[in-house]
Design a binder for this molecule. Structure first.
Ligand SMILES: [Zn+2]
Length: 337
């Protein structure tokens, strides 16, 4: 299991890696608190912590770089909160050195038709506080092959999350299933405390028979959030799951995971490349895994990741063919793509 210390000498790879200056104070603070708390332990709950995961709550992040990581926890994906917990220090420490105001909110998505806790959402947190947040989630493991309640989660993001300082924050969904195309009014009221008619007026959409439309809810969310559906290796490319998600978030926003052990690396890589730190991220991976894995993950991120990149400093468009070290022609920032 990864630790909160900045010591990377026990990483498996052959080359070494040191975290940069960015986010150093937050890393040191997390390491101090982790040392007091003792070895990292995943909660292995039988139920979520209800006070911490209630989707009735409303969140505001004043960070310029909030990040939501949502996981489908139905069926065999019930163990994914643990998999992310295992890599949590790596995830936070790696990305916070690039943008030190990073804040992360976690969500667990189930099926509101059959699950007891079909939508679980934490607050935004950073550093060591993320342990408690992620540990509040419970991978219920219900649902199954049937469509899941991804639309309910999208409606929560749309109406319960404010990010006034962020221009287009990241929203990453790990999943493997299609979604129910209608978000039932009854669930909107019962699970989130929202009035469906009021929501319909707010988004200038008719509340159809029984509820809101899930795909158009996702389309609005994907305009505001840099949204990625990271699909677990199931089914075939272009199948029903892909086609529905393409209508929801765009075909180019579906990223097929071919190696589940690298799932968190793909997510970090999408963010690192968009922020212009791909070179450092490759060095980070190289200290943890062999060169062929590093090459395959980096190649996939470059080929299937963000198509249009903008300079993180000035917003200028970066040519699609730019690769490796690149100097922005407008503001002279150096990026690693
Ligand atoms: Zn620039």
């Amino acid at each position: 299991m990864y630790a909160w210390t900045s010591d990377t000498s026990d990483w498996y790879g052959s080359s070494s890696y040191a975290f940069g200056e960015g986010g150093k104070e937050a890393r040191e603070e997390a390491a101090r608190r982790a040392a007091v708390a003792g070895p990292r332990a995943y909660a292995h709950r039988q139920a979520p912590n209800p006070a911490m995961i209630d989707p009735h709550k409303r969140l505001t992040s004043s960070s310029k770089n909030p990040l939501i990581v949502a996981v489908d926890v139905t069926g065999s994906m019930a163990s994914w909160p643990f998999e992310i917990f295992d890599r949590l220090p790596l995830l936070y420490q790696t990305l916070s050195q690039y943008r030190d105001d990073l804040e992360i909110c976690f969500a667990a998505i189930g099926d509101a038709g059959v699950d007891r806790w079909p939508l679980q959402v934490t607050g935004f947190a950073k550093g060591y506080d993320l342990e408690q947040q992620l540990n509040a989630l419970f991978g219920e493991g219900g649902g199954g092959d049937a469509p899941e309640s991804y639309g309910l989660f999208a409606s929560w993001v749309e109406h319960h999350v404010e990010t006034p300082e962020a221009s287009r924050p990241f929203l990453i969904v790990f999943g493997d299933a299609p979604m129910h195309e209608t978000i039932p009014s009854e669930q909107i009221e019962r699970l989130m405390g929202d009035n469906p008619t009021g929501l319909g007026q707010r988004i200038k959409a008719a509340v159809g028979a029984g509820g809101l439309d899930a795909l158009s809810t996702w389309r609005r969310v994907a305009e505001r959030w840099d949204t990625w559906f990271l699909r677990r290796p199931t089914g075939r490319p272009g199948d029903e799951v892909d086609r529905q998600w393409a209508k929801a978030v765009g075909e180019q926003r579906i990223f097929h995971i071919d190696d589940e052990q690298r799932a968190v690396d793909y997510a970090m890589g999408l963010v690192a490349r968009t922020w212009g730190h791909m070179g450092d991220f490759e060095a980070n991976m190289r200290a943890r895994q062999d060169e062929s894995k590093v090459k395959s993950v980096a190649t996939r991120i470059r080929s299937d990741g963000p198509r249009v990149l903008a300079c993180p400093s000035c917003g200028a468009r970066i040519p699609a063919e730019a690769f490796g070290r690149y100097t922005c022609t407008f503001c002279s920032s150096t990026l690693e793509l």
